[in-house]
Ligand binder design. Sequence first.
Ligand code: FAD
Length: 290
Amino acid sequence: MKISELFQTKSCVFSIECFPPKQTTQFAAMQQTLRRMKELSPDFISVTYGAGGSAGGVSTVEVADFLQKELGILPLAHMICMGSDKASAAQLLDKLRAAGVSNVLALRGDRTPLRPESPNFHHASDLMAFIRESAPDISVSGACYPEGHPEAPTLLQDVANLRHKQENGAQHLVTQLFFDNGHFYRFLNMARKAGITLPASAGVMPIVRRSQVERTVALSSASLPSEFTRMISRWQDDPESLHKAGIEYAVNQLRDLIEGGADGVHLYAMNDAAVAAEVYDGIRDLLPEA
Ligand code: FAD
């Protein structure tokens, strides 16, 4: 099934992101996590590529295969331009197809010293065009940034660049995480005005530990509203209360997004099934039947 089709039948599509474990010995525990996440009836689960460390550990394909075949959950496999070329991308698409995966989130990938630039794909939209031509059976999603991608000179320019994804075959978008829903609503308004009609899943990450804050901000460039920083300062020495407050913050964000008409909500649960379940409990009454 194509993920984009879900948006035609559901008022709000609920999804979760996971990342493959770094060690193959951790795969059994990961499978248990995914089994627990299945109880939350996600419409799909996305599986990162490289971001959580798939090199040398469990691959994105293996996790997507497990989701599809063992759990019957629709996987969205991430795939990146960095370090790949047409031949390796075609190989990966073959492996995904063999695993029965038919949805790919095509990304450029973050620039790191270990990842060479691709000779063929400079932007995610180049990879999308390649998939559309060489694997038309695979449905493509793309990333978008409610506060603008950090390399883009302005949000307006980033939104203009986003059009390339739609023109090159993307059928659905997933947003970078954000802590202020105002950014999401403003961005969506700009995108619709720019002619971008794709359904968008709004990404939210529950912050339940102080140590998550710095890393999350560094990786996502998300800005922190004062309500959020006040929460962190207030409970920084009380881990239990911070956990509770972090769940409540994410639940409030998600409830507002669902009630505000978001096409979908995407939970960055950091492979923590217990956190995902706590958040789900706070929003399940607003989600349509699975
Ligand atoms: P692009 O669309 O190529 O955009 C990158 C920059 O180039 C932007 O500033 C954009 O405005 C600009 N641009 C785009 N097209 C053009 C054009 N034609 N001309 C000029 N400028 C242009 N990283 C991983 O390594 N693995 C993952 O699994 C992963 N999953 C992610 C999931 C989500 C939902 C998100 C939001 C990000 C994820 N990332 C992941 C991080 C992502 O790879 C980075 O944010 C990366 O820096 C940009 O990826 P992109 O696909 O948006 O790139």
